[in-house]
Design a protein around this ligand. Structure first.
Ligand code: ZN
Ligand code: ZN
Length: 357
């Protein structure tokens, strides 16, 4: 069917938004009516369903032990700690209700969700080892305050990552190892105090570098080695200079941090944080994606719109997909879904394997 652009008033914020012909095709394909809320209100609505980062202590409603939880003690719901929730001592079907076709569906759904236990933390508990103080995490071991992370090992105080090993105090790290205080790294090794670096090794205080090795305080370089503040050194000269910079002292680190931040500002910033593998995309923190609009933190997306926090590739033909799944296709309105996701509509937590939910 041929569709035209349609301007719509959001039923929530009363602002105007546009439904494009390609959007109508998507809604028709997954058999849902076009939205009555604008993309921003829809995003707020889904994110309100989760809380990965602000954690509280409360007592488990089953074993009474103190546990870390996404829900504050003041929230009057039943919350089970991870061992209890994943254990065999209870059965979700105990809470089953008969569906009454004469009552509104959502009212019945609310009643069911209020009496059913919640998991204190949203993790793939059975795939974790020694990760008690982490949330939104799976397939990882020996991590501490690692949040929104998968396939990680020895990761501390870091967030939004996939395949990170020996990482601390970092954000948005993918397939990288031995990195510290860095943001938005891909396939990098021994990168420190740096941002937007891909395929870099032994790089310090650098921004937007690709394929660089042994560089300090560099900006917008490709395939460089032995450079300090973008200036070329011989290998011997570089090693000599490194000793003078005193990386092994706090004062040396603090001084370089300040100098590099001043140096970074002398060079142009790309208009968004993404890489040259992208094709026809809009948004921020986008990696290896194409024909996708209004994306925020995603990799490997194709024909997607309004998706966020996508740490698994690939993602195809999804809208309003905020979260989690491997090989996601035709997902609509999720906040997290499941690892071997197929199609999902209107989800809120829903793991591990999800098919046509
Ligand atoms: Zn709105
Ligand atoms: Zn418990």
């Amino acid at each position: 069917m041929e569709y035209e652009f349609k301007n719509v008033v959001c039923q929530n914020c009363k602002g105007k938004f546009t439904i494009e012909p390609e959007d109508f095709n998507f809604y028709e394909k997954i058999k849902v009516p076009p939205p009555t809320w604008c993309p921003t209100c829809r995003l707020i609505r889904r994110i309100a369903c989760t809380n990965s980062w602000s954690l509280f202590y409360r007592n488990c409603d089953k074993c009474d032990k103190r546990t870390l939880s996404m829900y504050p003690p003041s929230q009057k719901i039943t919350v089970f700690c991870q061992p209890c929730w994943w254990g065999d001592s209870w059965d979700g079907t105990e809470y089953a209700m008969d569906y009454d076709p004469n009552k509104p569906f959502l009212a019945q759904w609310k009643e069911l969700s209020e009496k059913t236990p919640y998991t204190a933390l949203e993790t793939g508990y059975l795939t974790l080892k020694n990760c008690e103080y982490c949330n939104s995490i799976g397939y990882s071991k020996n991590c501490m305050l690692a949040i929104w992370a998968d396939y990680c090992e020895n990761v501390y105080f870091s967030s939004i990552m996939n395949e990170g090993k020996d990482i601390a105090d970092s954000l948005l790290i993918f397939s990288s190892e031995l990195c510290y205080e860095s943001i938005w790294l891909h396939k990098s090794y021994r990168v420190f105090y740096s941002q937007e670096c891909t395929a870099c090794t032994a790089v310090w205080f650098s921004r937007n570098c690709y394929g660089c090795m042994n560089c300090v305080g560099c900006v917008n370089l490709r395939g460089s080695s032995y450079k300090i503040f973008n200036e070329q050194y011989s290998k011997e000269g570089y090693l000599k200079k490194l000793k003078e910079l005193k990386f092994d002292t706090r004062s040396g680190i603090d001084k370089l941090k300040k100098e590099s931040e001043i140096f970074w500002k002398k060079f142009p910033y790309r208009f968004y944080c993404g890489d040259s593998f992208n094709l026809n995309v809009t948004g921020e923190y986008i990696h290896k994606s194409k024909n996708s609009k209004e994306m925020y933190i995603c990799g490997g997306a194709e024909n997607c719109k309004w998706c966020q926090f996508i740490t698994f590739k690939p993602v195809k033909d999804c809208m309003d997909y905020s979260g989690w799944g491997n090989n996601a296709e035709l997902v609509y309105e999720s906040f997290t879904a499941g690892l071997n996701i197929s199609n999902s509509k209107f989800s809120g937590f829903c793991w591990s394997d999800v098919i046509n939910t």
